[in-house]
Design a protein around this ligand. Sequence first.
Ligand code: ADP
Ligand code: MG
Length: 186
Amino acid sequence: MKTLSKKELRNTIRSLRRGLPTDEHRILSQRILENIKTFGILGDAKVILAFCPFDGEPDISPMFDEILKSGKDLVLPKVVGNSLKLCRVHSTETLSAGSFCILEPAECEEVDPEKIELAFIPGVAFDKRGCRLGMGKGYYDRILGRVKGLKVGVAFSFQVLEKIPCDPWDQRVDAVLTEEGIFYRR
Ligand code: ADP
Ligand code: MG
């Protein structure tokens, strides 16, 4: 079987993901949120990196208020130039209205990657080894090496493949969570 390049895989899976009907997207995202509860992923983690849905990624933002209410730190990534900055968010109201879940441009109380105790990582595709395919800019590859806590990829099950191209600089996740459940990398 021909091995798809990263670029081909990205295009194929991104268009599948964007083609997910709104209802289906909501239902699958809800199942992912339920699985976060069922598997007790938040555990004792005090500083949690999450993400806002972009390009059809699963929407885990409904748990943001719960994280904040339970006294944990919520951290969201923000693209600044060529890198991802990790910003602590004190209220979901600081996420701009209209395009919900986008951090206001000026705002970033930066958090060191070393401080993250649990990281939810979006991706275009993941495989059984924990390899991750991103949007092609290597943003997460440049910070994940410094994150000490559990790294959990979050995706819909159609984004999980047996094996995807994995370059030496590609940072792996420890586990992948989908609407079907969770698996830990081989
Ligand atoms: P993605 O992870 O978004 O799928 P790639 O893994 O293809 O994207 O990486 C995109 C680019 O980012 C690569 O050309 C690579 O050279 C660069 N890159 C990735 N990780 C690092 C790193 N730790 N330091 C410097 N450049 C990096
Ligand atoms: Mg990569």
